[in-house]
Design a protein around this ligand. Sequence first.
Ligand code: FE
Ligand code: FE
Length: 306
Amino acid sequence: MHVWENSPDAGPQPLQNLEQWEQFLVQRYPEPPQVPELHDSSHEPERQQKSAVQFRDYRAQVRPGVKEFYRLNHANQTIEFVLSRKRRFLGLNRTRMTVWEAMEFLNTLVDDSDPDTDLTQIEHLMQTAEAIRRDGHPRWFVLTGLIHDLGKILCLWGEPQWAVVGDTFPVGCAYSDKVVFPEFFPNNPDFQIPAYQTSCGIYEDGCGLDKVHMSWGHDEYLCHVVKDYLPPESLYVIRYHSFYAAHRDGAYRHLLNDLDRQMMPWVRKFNPYDLYSKGESRPDVPRLSGFYQDLINEYFPQSLKW
Ligand code: FE
Ligand code: FE
């Protein structure tokens, strides 16, 4: 067990660093998504099969720290916890910072990363953005890559790892077995509440994800910080990029509406840049700073409320 140096109140932290969660995602999803668009269900059986293979594999490969991290995440992400975090953080009354300052702040996260081989947080962000830029995508999509993980600064405010990273999932309705390690959900107090364990739970069929409370983490928080400045596609990617059960495994379709079906392909398009750009060469941060400062200034005012 490792105590996160920046989070003295967060208790023992099972991951040595946040990268371990993302490394596990790459093990679990070794290939870019070959998922058809949501309105096309013709490849459904194929996808089911692939999930079954992944289901077997990830258990064999998982590090004990990562498994413990998911155990804590699944046991503690109750609807009450999610609402408490929304009250705590979505007022955005902690500080004011520019996007660039937030990147530098995130970089102060002290964990057990190896400085010689592991990327800094800024390097991961730039690497993701650069990979998107290289493929000629629109500027808002490049910017989305640059900022998508800034919500991880929650760690610097004492939040435990299981409340900052990890695959997200809806709370207040039945858990899908497509969520990683579903066997940990019976430890969640919400599991005992029958109203939360029907397939729609407290929601309505087809209500749309905007009406659904997701497990709390860096996605939802950052989406609120930037919500007035970016196009809807960008906000959608930021908000759901960790919702692997939906964007990789097609779960929770009954909660989606037309807007979700229209937007989800962007999350799928984004995901490979997030997961698979890490093997590429280290970005030259000083050289790229000018380009990215300009891009930030194109969309954001001088300072934002965090
Ligand atoms: Fe992320
Ligand atoms: Fe990321």
